[in-house]
Design a protein around this ligand. Structure first.
Ligand SMILES: *Cc1c(COP(=O)(O)O)cnc(C)c1O
Length: 367
């Protein structure tokens, strides 16, 4: 049995891969692979419409929000967000853009946004965390928000650092949230946000697809320099067909949405995700060899970084894990140590297998 703990591109539900394999050469009697279809043909139009509708159902997206299928990933959205929103309300340029800095992905978002506006870092987690690192989410009472900001940007799950918002901020400006690595893992209220975006390759499907969910009244304010293919209003007006959308990635994402519905929806998956995370964190907290350094109520349910107290064991830990079929556990180079990403498609059996291996490893190597 293989369990893949990659942070992304990441594990997909086996059923989805099997269905894609079965339909690879001939989708529903069309005689074509989905990859070979015109994006404007009736076959693909139905695939796109169903994927959009299923995502709308799964997240209970209100009717005054558009769902866009774009390309470029979350890193491109770091520029696309200010390009679309810095002109909001015809404010003076450069506009003020508020950001909360909670980890590596926030750092990148902030750096990119600074090209398009005056960024105000309303709170940096390193100022408030006990260890001076990205190990907590700063309390909203410590945020220094601007009165005239076009929006507030947050990264609700920091994939590299392993911190996650357990709450939705309550602020006066629209919230823009990078949810790349935990979208569909927990129940959210879309109406709390102005914009939700994320690359698909963590918790949805293959790389190449970017999901954007945007409230309609935020459309139409793009800066003149915004490329047409990145203008949310243009993309929305053309139903994600202004340019050729990433057709195969949308098809796989659609199969994943159907799989989530068969699991009982997001609330059902959230229950399993809570159990998976609790299993791993409880084990880490009670072990002698391993530790997780994130403040407890800020720990990510999706990305669990951990360290071996004896780092000279790192290489053998990884090679023995791999021999047991436990793959891609090496931590991000900027953090070190290990990281287990336990997205929706990771079954609880995978986390049980990981904990069993870690326990055996500790007994054998850590006296
Ligand atoms: C992976 C990730 C990104 C980067 O996504 P790309 O597809 O490489 O652009 C951005 N933000 C978060 C939170 C991520 O997990």
């Amino acid at each position: 049995m293989i369990y893949n703990f990659s942070a992304g591109p990441a594990v997909l539900p086996k059923e989805v891969l099997q269905q894609a394999a079965a339909e690879m050469l001939d989708w529903h009697g069309s005689g074509m692979s989905v990859m070979e279809m015109s994006h404007r043909g009736t076959e693909f139009m139905s695939i796109l419409a169903n994927a959009q509708q299923d995502l709308r159902e799964l997240l209970a997206v209100p009717s005054n929000y558009k769902i866009l299928f774009m390309q470029g990933g979350a890193i491109a959205e770091n520029a696309i967000v200010p390009l679309n929103l810095a002109g909001l309300g015809n404010r003076a340029q450069p506009a003020t853009l508020d950001y909360i800095c909670t980890g590596s992905w926030s750092v990148k978002s902030i750096k990119e946004a600074a090209k398009y506006g005056t960024v105000n870092v309303a709170a940096d987690a390193r100022t408030f965390s006990p260890d001076g690192k990205f190990s907590s989410i700063p309390a909203p009472s410590n945020w220094q928000l601007s009165s005239d900001a076009a929006y507030l940007h947050i990264c609700t799950n920091e994939t590299i650092d392993g911190v996650e918002y357990g709450f939705t901020p309550n602020v006066s400006m629209p919230i823009v949230a990078d949810m790349s690595s935990h979208i569909l893992s927990r129940v959210i209220s879309v109406s709390d946000y102005g914009v939700i975006y994320g690359g698909a390759q963590k918790n949805i499907g293959p790389a190449g697809l970017t999901i954007v969910i945007v409230r309609e009244d935020l459309l139409g304010y793009a800066l003149p320099a915004c490329p047409s293919a990145f203008n949310w209003k243009t993309v929305a007006d053309n139903d994600s067909m202004f340019n050729t959308p990433p057709t195969y990635a949308i098809y796989i994402a659609g199969l994943v949405f159907q799989w989530i519905k068969r699991q009982g929806g997001v609330a059902a998956l959230e229950k399993i995700n809570v159990a998976k995370a609790a299993l791993l964190y409880d084990y880490l907290d009670n072990s002698r060899l391993y530790e997780n350094r994130i403040v407890k109520d800020c720990r990510s349910r999706m990305n669990v970084p951990f360290f071996l107290r004896d780092e000279s064991l790192n290489a053998i830990f990884l090679s023995e894990a791999k021999a047991r079929g436990l793959l891609q556990l090496k931590g991000h180079s900027s953090v070190g140590g290990m990281r287990a990403s336990i997205y929706n498609a990771m079954p609880i059996e995978g986390v049980q297998a990981l904990v069993a291996f870690m326990d055996e490893f500790e007994r054998q190597y850590f006296k």
